[in-house]
Design a protein around this ligand. Structure first.
Ligand SMILES: Cc1ncc(COP(=O)(O)O)c(C=O)c1O
Length: 394
């Protein structure tokens, strides 16, 4: 029996080193990383500022406890609230845990209003994590299969369908919050429309509900703004993030604003590791680097460059039906009903890391520190892989 539990179908490779946009396997073979550990290493591998922060903090103090003041956590909370306009932050170790905090805030908010069965509105194709509450919020029957009973207190409507959300709220006075991704990642790299996002904000305002955005994947520069909600002129009530925040050091955050920021009180939530000095030092270095080096602008430039180059090469082939996403969250939708997951393996053999989601969407989440040449190389290799995939179907 394998000593690691069988929860992942892994590709046949092990990496031992990373530098910039490349990782190297046990034989020293280099791979261009267009996945960033699934939207985690936005600053690439071995970024000097992050490495130095981790090294210095490890030398000083790795962990104490949330029973005491933690200077690095205080600094990080100040940076995150300043960037986002939110009021306060709860720190966790992962995305799912950040969403757990959001779900608890929503439920408590409902109970405080005298609603004994508070319900959260979630959407089709959502991914929010794999703990029991976030698995319930996730819209993937295969992921939920065999883990029932799921939690009460969630109701689901179609994504990007404002009428459906409005109707659900009209029919169910227990709905106290909406939880949604501004760009769905695992669900197929689908961006919410402006009308939908603005409509959800108005719906929540009109019904005293919390608008909770899952920016675990879209946050920390990935879409070309520090947070994707910053494409709009309002704030959510609750915002979760993780992935890119620590550039690989596990950390998550649940930010709240206004009435939502006052819901949790001492004793109502907690985490042993959440926001410890090591993780917060790494995240402080990440935020400083993204902001000081204007990486959000670079994300937009690189995103356009990769998309345009792929499109220029494939536009007359009919192999691609659509490009989705924002910034460096790129979904290339293939013109096939066949499962294209095999492209992950063939790309690996060609020295490129990418992902395929929702069956036929080639998903690119490359780091923000790509050179123009590396961006072009990703585009060329992706086109080669897509062309080879369709040639093999014939
Ligand atoms: C939008 C979104 N929410 C939540 C999660 C769960 O995060 P984690 O795997 O860190 O628990 C993910 C992970 O892919 C995600 O993309």
């Amino acid at each position: 029996m394998q000593p690691i539990m069988n929860t992942y179908g892994r590709l046949p490779v092990t990496f031992t080193k990373g530098k910039g946009a490349h990782v190297f396997d046990t034989d020293g073979k280099a791979y261009l990383d267009a996945l960033s550990g699934i939207a985690v290493c936005g600053l690439g591998h071995g970024h000097p500022a992050v490495t130095q922060a981790i090294r210095e903090q490890a030398d000083n103090l790795v962990h104490t406890s949330n029973l005491y003041g933690i200077g690095q956590q205080q600094t990080l909370a100040e940076k995150l609230t300043a960037i986002s306009g939110m009021d306060n932050v709860f720190f966790s170790n992962s995305g799912a845990e950040a969403n757990e905090a959001a779900i608890k805030i929503a439920r408590k908010y409902g109970h405080n209003k005298g609603i004994t069965s508070p319900t959260i509105l979630v959407v089709e194709n959502a991914f929010h994590g794999r703990t029991m509450a976030t698995l319930t919020a996730t819209a993937n029957p295969a992921a939920q299969e065999g883990f029932g009973p799921l939690l009460e207190g969630f109701t689901r409507v179609a994504y990007n369908d404002l009428n459906a959300a409005q109707q659900a709220v009209k029919e169910n006075s227990n709905i106290i919050a909406v939880l949604v991704e501004p760009v769905q990642g695992e669900g197929g790299v689908t961006a919410a429309t402006d009308e939908y996002m603005n409509g959800l904000r108005a719906l929540c305002d009109a019904n005293d509900m919390l608008l909770m955005l899952d920016e675990i994947q879209t946050g920390n520069g990935r879409t070309g703004k520090y947070f994707a909600f910053q494409y709009f002129d309002w704030c959510p009530d609750v915002l979760t993030t993780a992935k890119g925040l620590g550039n690989g050091v596990p950390i998550g955050a649940c930010l709240a604003k206004g009435k939502a920021a006052e819901v949790l009180q001492p004793g109502s939530h907690g985490s042993t590791y959440g926001g410890n000095p090591l993780a917060c030092s790494a995240a402080n270095a990440v935020i400083d680097t993204i902001t000081n080096e204007n990486l959000c602008e670079r994300v937009l430039e690189l995103g356009d460059r990769i998309r345009n180059k792929i499109d220029a090469q494939l536009k007359d082939t009919g192999l691609v039906t659509e490009y989705r996403g924002k910034g460096l969250m790129i979904g290339v939708v293939l013109n096939t009903q066949e499962n294209a997951a095999g492209i992950m393996k063939s790309a690996l053999e060609a020295g490129l890391l990418l992902n395929v989601t929702a069956g036929n969407v080639v998903r690119l989440l490359p780091p923000f520190i790509l050179t123009d040449e590396e961006a072009d190389e990703i585009a060329v290799k992706v086109c080669d892989q897509i062309t080879a995939f369709f040639a093999a179907q014939k």
